[in-house]
Design a protein around this ligand. Sequence first.
Ligand code: ACM
Ligand code: ZN
Length: 493
Amino acid sequence: MTKLHLVPYPNKVILTGGFALPDITITENEKEMPKREAYFLRISEKEIYIEGDKAGIFYANQTLHQLQMQFGKELPCLEIEDSPRFSYRGFMLDSSRHFLPKEDVKKMIDVIALFKINKLHWHLIDDQGFRVEIDAFPKLTEIGAYRGRSHFGLVDEYKNNSGYFTKEDIREIVAYAGEHMIDVIPEIEIPGHESAMLAAYPEVGCEGKKVQVATCGGIFDNLICAGKEESFVFVTKIIDELIELFPYEMIHIGGDEACKRRWRSCPDCQKKLKELGLKDENALQQWFVKRVQGYLKQKGKTAIVWNDSLRGEKLPTDFVIQMWMGDKELVADFVKRGGKIIQSSTESFYLDYPYAMWDVDKILHYELCPEFIEKEEAVIGVECPLWTERVCDLDREFYQMLPRLPAMAECGWTIKEARSNEDFKERYQSIDNYLKQKDIFGAPEAYWYISDELAERDMEEHKRMVYTPENIAEFEREGEMMALERAIYGDER
Ligand code: ACM
Ligand code: ZN
């Protein structure tokens, strides 16, 4: 039987025999389908017929495009009935650690759209750079988008350290993504990872002191002050402008790795904590995050947060939790109460990690709904984050993404019964050739299903890149922060 080189593999394929004539007509029939994003594609000798909703028609064309990569003009006659396993199939781009211009972001959109990814989670704000123009607070980009020399292990340079997206750029990218059926979800980090924000507006920090835009990686204790009313107003004004730029339902408000050291000694934070009768600083984080979420809700938006935000009281289930690491019992409880999650486990989906840790095989076999999540309905989808501390240009981005992102896309689109993990390599071949012709190079084939020997070498190289003397100091600092949090809260991490 002809093997179709399709990724993600469609959920139902019937080969009807024979081949279509070259240059046959394509008929598109846009209509509502029983499921969103569903499509039907029939290739017969004399006609290609497509039906589906708007997204479905787009996906049918992506399937057709992949078939053309394999067969050229001599397409096999077939019928495909297809719809996604999950409604959320995401890719996260970190533009803070390394800034790539809008042309590069568009190239990334072209690539992720090929695999029916429908969410671009855009990490625009972090310690190392604030990358979106905000009219109300111009210094966020005048100051917060610039850093000097920076180092992330062996990545020690000036390249792509500075820059930001103007509102015009963002509108252009959002429109471009929209043409590819991709919703762009911005992330504003609250309350941690705020060095760039506090470099520009120290008055919303606890001590009111100017800090540096971070020039290395790690966890910092530069948090927005939860005790000052002006912090909340500051955040909501940024959100107002983000809502104007990003018209979609979801906004990510961060919530990870917020080391509360400064909150513990801040008179404003401590006053607020007592006033509200809160148990500790985790509860204060939740109070602040819930306040921001309440603001978003009023505007018809859903807030996504990293799982760290579950610590404290029981988080209401109208948040969406993005799972990345730890807090398993809290996630289990959240799900039991009816909460929804996005699966982005560091144990499989972190694209900045080396192939030695997560190769294609691991991603394809990753169990999305581990024992503590009883029902798949709790998972709205999957997402691969690409953190860019050590990813400083588009070539490296593609190296880290391809073909691991397509493997994740398959987990997000194709039900287990319809896919065969074993032939992924073969099915990806024509796509890989096509991308190479466009000068888009993923990792070499030997890395896709990495051998033990190569994995060992890859891991050594990764360690050499990460554990430089300067970085060891970073990790020690990070370790101290974690230890402090653990000593106080007994965190899992
Ligand atoms: C994360 O990787 N800090 C969410
Ligand atoms: Zn404070």
